[in-house]
Design a protein. Structure first.
Length: 77
């Protein structure tokens, strides 16, 4: 009984990791496509593009750290 519970918990953690990985890749693809479309617009200044990419990176870091924190919380419980 106990072994099966552990096995279920492991499986749910693996599913959670896969889902978080897919979410991260989707966000990365969206941000990269957004950056490319911005870069193609010539009249936008370089500073604005740099600012937007920095903001995107910060958002990605926040999302990634929150996913890691959630995963650690799940491991501890």
């Amino acid at each position: 009984m106990f072994i099966s519970i552990i096995h279920m918990n492991m499986r749910s953690d693996v599913i959670f990791m896969i889902v978080s990985y897919y979410v991260m890749t989707m966000i990365m693809k969206c941000s990269f496509s957004f950056f490319i479309t911005l870069r193609n617009i010539a009249f936008i200044r370089i500073s604005t593009i740099v600012l937007i990419t920095i903001i995107m990176m910060l958002i990605l870091v926040v999302i990634f750290t929150s996913i890691i924190i959630m995963f650690i919380m799940r491991m501890n419980t």
